[in-house]
Ligand binder design. Structure first.
Ligand code: AMP
Length: 113
């Protein structure tokens, strides 16, 4: 797997507005936000997309969701936020390093687009 933009952010080869980091994950602001708060939660492990994850990633995937909740609490947006994972180009995935979008501080409707 070749290095993606997100791998370069992990390696500090590209700048990003990083708001949380631990051994397994990194959280930074989306460069093209669709809401006043738009974060990307990524594993440091290179996994192209959620359908490429396997049993050994179970703890890591759970960790990413816990990080989402933790960061939302820190930013005091935990009352209302949405998590989105685009899987594959047909679902509008553009960066092939698994990531969870955390979107908050905007009106939400259902079903999503
Ligand atoms: P997706 O379309 O689900 O693959 O989401 C990829 C996201 O990465 C998009 O929302 C982009 O705006 C965002 N993005 C691309 N390059 C960067 C970057 N250098 N720093 C922060 N976010 C980025």
């Amino acid at each position: 797997m070749s290095d993606t933009i997100f791998q370069k952010i992990i390696d500090r080869e590209l700048p990003a507005d990083i708001i949380y980091e631990d051994e397994q994950s990194l959280v930074f602001r989306d460069i093209n936000p669709v809401a006043p708060t738009h974060l990307l939660i990524i594993p440091k492990k290179q996994i192209e997309k959620i359908s490429d994850a396997n049993d050994e990633d179970q703890e890591l995937l759970g960790h990413l969701f816990l990080v989402a909740g933790k960061v939302a609490k820190q930013l005091e947006i935990d009352d209302a936020f949405r998590l989105v994972v685009n899987n594959g180009a047909g679902a509008q995935q553009t960066v092939f390093h698994l990531h969870i979008h955390l979107i908050a501080e905007r009106e939400f409707s259902w079903p999503p687009g």
